[in-house]
Design a protein. Structure first.
Length: 476
């Protein structure tokens, strides 16, 4: 499909996200001939840079973070489309010149704004764009978090919708665009083998884990105001959860997918916030600081870097199936996965389906067979499909941000969140936050599997987190 000419303007273009993800992603799209004939990337920032000094700064990042090969020639060609525009976006002054600049680049181009800034600036920038006649033929991509709570999310959304229209707002959640998250639709709905057993009759529990080995790095200030729950739960984790548990949409377009995700989120709840939410914070380990010792973190901070929760969906498919969710920084292993544990048949080990999202991508299935020979002894075996190993040209698969930027240029909302999803997710997150002020904070040593209390959460229900160690023990 042909894409209209675009001027892409990045607010917050001197931040980490732009260097690490956005500009390399546009480079990859450029290298793959996926950009329109006329396109320009305008990076807006307050710093005293020129286009030349900005390009200079960008070069090493492109070298390091581009997926597609990059040599001097392709680098310079791409950079010739990137310019730096110095202005303070909270002040009116620069906007008239910005308009003149756009007109000099391409008067008829579609304007695509990328707000890679704190949500507290989303409305200010949008008002200023409108007041200076820069919202006609325009659309906007906004980064998570969508506001800092439900009230601010509603307010931001109202302003942006009034000025730009809902169809022109693209709410990014990069987890939606991950290869294996998109694959969940096919795994679930494209296989009779899985489709018919996907529900309470056969499934004992669902577990969703997003464990990271990284700490808070240079984001202490942000993290102190956010914490693991707000950072990962109302967005990434609930996106995965709703795709795993929703009913099959009539068709796989944005409208029908969003509708089914929203329906399941409406029935998602937490029964007992005091008992079903476990907070943790990492302490030091050899060569690694405790959270409280990180830069810009208070030495007596009680902000959680780990959270585990038990949720429930009150509908016919999932009633009485516990859904366990956890995420943590400085965990022993980076791994994002979904585990479906099935009810045990008499004296047998339970079956499992594990959807491995990252860093390994694949599907693991565990089942029981009879051992060869005359006796009826059984054995537990598994099939482990590695998607990332099996596709030779794995490097040719677009990364999440590339997919998202391309989709926004094509005006395809499938990979973006609807506002209703955002709203329902904030509602649940706020119920949890407001109800757990007195929940204890458990400390865990960095590079371990989180506080032991998160294991107790499952053991109280006769369940267990299915970690590698558990898999090893159960299969041997
Ligand atoms: C971001 C969070 O949205 O997602 C980060 O703010 C987190 O704290 C990151 O590290 C994880 O993304 P990925 O793609 O590396 O799993």
């Amino acid at each position: 499909m042909r894409i209209n000419n675009h001027i892409i303007t990045i607010f917050g273009g001197t931040g980490d996200l732009s260097f690490r993800k956005l500009l390399p992603a546009f480079y990859n799209l450029h290298a793959g001939n996926k950009l329109p004939e006329s396109f320009h990337i305008v990076v807006v920032g307050r710093q005293d840079l020129t286009t030349e000094t900005y390009r200079q700064r960008l070069r090493p990042w492109l070298k390091e973070h581009s997926r597609c090969p990059i040599d001097d020639e392709s680098m310079e060609l791409y950079l010739s489309y990137v310019s730096y525009f110095k202005m303070t976006f909270t002040e009116d002054e620069g906007y008239p010149q910005l308009k003149t600049y756009f007109n000099s680049l391409d008067e008829n181009a579609r304007l695509l704004y990328y707000f890679a800034v704190s949500p507290s600036f989303f409305e200010t920038i949008t008002y200023k764009l409108k007041n200076h006649g820069l919202t006609h033929n325009a659309k906007v991509i906004i980064e998570k978090p969508f506001g800092n709570d439900l009230v601010s999310a509603i307010k931001i959304n109202q302003t942006l919708t009034d000025i730009l229209g809902d169809d022109n707002i693209y709410r990014i959640d990069h987890y939606i665009a991950k290869e294996m998250v998109q694959n969940i639709y096919t795994i679930r709905f494209g296989n009779a083998l899985f489709k018919e057993i996907w529900g309470r009759k056969a499934i004992k529990s669902i577990q969703i884990s997003a464990n990271e080995t990284v700490g808070v790095e240079s984001r202490g200030t942000f993290y102190e105001a956010t914490g693991a729950l707000k950072d990962m739960f109302p967005n990434h984790l609930l996106q995965i959860l709703s795709i795993v548990t929703m009913e099959e949409p009539k068709s796989f377009d944005a409208h029908h997918i969003h509708h089914q995700q929203e329906k399941v989120l409406e029935h998602l709840d937490i029964k007992n916030v005091q008992e079903d939410v476990i907070y943790g914070q990492y302490t030091q380990a050899i060569n690694s600081k405790s959270y409280r010792d990180e830069a810009n973190v208070s030495p007596d901070s009680n902000v959680e870097t780990f959270v585990a929760l038990k949720l429930a969906i009150d509908n016919d498919r999932w009633r009485d199936v516990p859904i366990y969710v956890r995420t943590g920084k400085r965990m022993h292993k980076r791994s994002t996965e979904v585990v479906l544990e099935f009810k045990e048949e008499l004296n047998q080990t339970s079956n499992l389906i594990i959807i491995k999202i990252q860093p390994d991508e694949g599907v693991y299935v565990r089942f029981n067979i009879k051992k060869p020979g005359q006796k009826n002894d059984t054995e537990t075996v598994f099939m482990d499909f590695c998607q990332s190993c099996n596709y030779e040209n794995r490097l040719n698969t677009p990364e999440a941000y590339e997919r998202l930027l391309h989709a926004a240029m094509l005006e395809d909302h499938t990979l973006f969140a609807s506002f209703k999803q955002v709203e329902l997710s904030w509602k649940l997150a706020e119920k949890i936050i407001n109800g757990t002020h007195d929940n204890p904070l458990y400390f865990y040593e960095a590079f371990t599997s989180g506080p032991k209390e998160s294991y107790d959460l499952l053991r109280n229900d006769n369940n267990d987190w299915i970690d590698e160690e558990v898999l090893g023990e159960l299969s041997s």
